[in-house]
Design a protein around this ligand. Sequence first.
Ligand code: XMP
Ligand code: MG
Length: 183
Amino acid sequence: MDAKDIEADLIRVHCTEEQIQTRLGELAVEVWDHYEGKDLLLVGVLKGAVMVMADLMRHLPGSAPMDWMAVSSYGSGTKSSGVVRILKDLDADITGKHVLIVEDIIDSGLTLSWIRANLSSRNPASVEILTLLRKPDAAKVEIDTRWVGFDIPNEFVVGYGLDYDEGYRNLRDVATLAPHVYS
Ligand code: XMP
Ligand code: MG
């Protein structure tokens, strides 16, 4: 897909590259202060959170280890099924660690509430959530999310790691995908 075709598939921009970087910079400082002196582990959820993890980490005032988990709940559609399967588990044991789950987006919340429960059962010292985006109007379950970048409307968005059928992840802004693309 070349850049012109991509442009035609987008309706409106919700967060620009610059807004994302500014917000991640603010969140990184809050995260760093919160975990001062603690054994922090950043856990990214593949693949959507790749960009958030990379930029959040580079905004942190110091270094912290990362690990990754991959789950499937969507297939190639645009609605969460709620049925979660682990495609790739964490590399290491998280017993006693302060886990911060780094996510791209909370939509229905079904995926993340499953992941949080799963990680909490492994005896970490704590589990918190940071998400770049949240769709308050789409929530099906309530999730205690400590850090949220932006609340956005209940629309299917792409860019900055978020994909539709593996496309659009490389966009630098987050924008709504035109329904003609998937309907
Ligand atoms: P739920 O509904 O379980 O969704 O909170 C979690 C995962 O679904 C993906 N997701 C999206 N991906 N645009 C995307 O590209 C969206 O608007 C969107 N909403 C949900 C995402 O992987 C998220 O972690
Ligand atoms: Mg995700």
